[in-house]
Design a binder for this molecule. Structure first.
Ligand code: PLP
Length: 399
């Protein structure tokens, strides 16, 4: 193994930059055939044949009554909030991608942040129950399923029912996951998935809402809308959040490839799991509460005291080797622009979120990462640990 780039004048281990999330692309000939079909039909948008087929296949995949495809997950979350007629404040975790909270702002709603479980990083049902007992004007729970795992969705459903409010899930990380063999996608009043390029299932851009509620589905179709599609209810505010035929075509290919993609992701994840478990102070987040995972992301916690380097120092070492590891999620939503009013006071009620934001890092996993790459990344991390004092000296001028 060569010396670390940060501590020597050797070139980076990876000749080109290795991003954290990488889209699996369909083979060119399949893509070309699909695009030719669209061109020949001259049917580009608005509930076209590929769009209908994708919604139908996804209904089977998720085992759910309704799938409403849309331009991205943020639109999906906005449409759910609007279709539920939510008002005022919505409980959600701060430890999520900023779009979760922004979907509320677009609907004039205010997030109330709840803390997470330190073991799983998922929204903690006990803390949700406590917060709801204290705050009386919360109109819904938006939970987020993280890291190819899930929250305790049944516990959250029960709490929501006791308080007579809906719970819905941002399941952007949970495509293809199952809880007790039941696919994620039919929990709560609705779930929302992202088909963005960094997610395991891709339509280049895109997303969908899943629900078993006929009336809610009709309202969402009305908001999206798709002229001529069935069971659509009139909406006051329309979003024009349709998915195009070209996106649906890529989605259909992604769905066909999903079993292979999942296997490949898992084989890389397994390398991280076995190699990182040999090192002290770094913990790979395993998919929680699920019987099947997409292994979409490799996220770990770095405990600086035990590992010997802070998360940020380790990222500097990795980036010098062209591994674009990144802090994730960072900053937490309650410290992000637009949501950071009273940040310090809110932070005091979110001790786990605060701690986790200081130690989480995401490693590459996806189409451009081979198993050997994952081995090499783990080797770099091991070397960094051995050379921790020199690295601290190099970065901070003190060991
Ligand atoms: C990616 C992501 C989103 C947003 O998805 P888009 O399809 O880009 O709108 C929302 N929430 C979480 C947790 C995500 O990871």
């Amino acid at each position: 193994m060569k010396a670390l780039t940060m501590l020597s004048d050797t070139p980076p281990h990876f000749a080109s930059k290795l991003p954290v999330g990488q889209l699996y692309f369909p083979k060119w000939d399949r893509y070309e055939t699909a695009m030719r079909g669209i061109f020949e039909r001259q049917y580009y948008n608005n509930n076209g044949p590929l769009h209908q087929e994708l919604e139908m296949r996804l209904r089977e995949f998720f085992g759910v009554q309704h799938v409403i495809c849309t331009g991205n997950a943020t639109f999906g979350l906005m449409m759910v909030a609007e279709a539920l007629g939510l008002t005022g404040r919505v409980l959600m975790p701060s430890f999520t991608f900023i779009a979760s909270a922004q979907s509320l702002s677009w609907c004039g709603l205010i997030p109330v942040f709840c803390d997470i479980d330190p073991q799983t990083h998922q929204l903690d049902p006990e803390k949700v129950a406590e917060l709801l007992a204290r705050e009386k004007d919360i109109s819904a729970i938006m939970a987020v399923n993280l890291w190819g795992g899930a929250c305790d969705m049944t516990a959250l459903e029960q709490i929501a029912e006791r308080h007579n409010i809906p719970v819905y899930f941002d399941s952007s990380h949970a495509f293809g996951c199952s809880v007790n063999k039941r696919p994620v996608g039919s929990f709560g009043v609705a779930e929302v998935f992202s088909f963005h390029a960094t997610k395991v299932f891709s339509a280049a851009e895109g997303g969908c809402v899943t629900t078993n509620d006929d009336a809610l589905a009709a309202r969402i179709r009305g908001i999206r809308p798709s002229y001529g599609s069935e069971q659509s209810a009139e909406a006051y505010r329309v979003l024009n959040a349709r998915m195009s035929e070209a996106q649906a075509a890529i989605g259909l290919m992604s769905l066909e490839d999903y079993p292979d993609i999942q296997k490949r992701n898992k084989s890389i994840f397994d390398v991280y799991m076995s190699e990182l478990s040999k090192l002290g102070g770094i913990r790979l987040m395993l998919p929680s509460n699920v019987t099947a995972s997409n292994h979409q992301y490799a996220v770990c916690e770095v405990d600086a005291d035990i590992f010997g380097l802070s998360r940020d120092d380790l990222i500097s070492v990795l980036q010098a080797e062209n591994v674009l590891a990144r802090r994730y999620f960072y900053p937490a939503t309650h410290r992000s622009a637009g949501f950071d009013e009273n940040a310090e006071k809110v932070a005091a009620s979110l001790p786990v979120t605060e701690a986790v934001c200081g130690k989480c890092l995401q490693l590459p996993l996806g189409a451009k990462t081979a198993k050997e790459d994952a081995h090499a990344i783990c080797e770099i991390i091991a070397q960094a640990q051995s050379a921790a004092p020199e690295i601290r000296q190099n970065l901070h001028g003190r060991a």
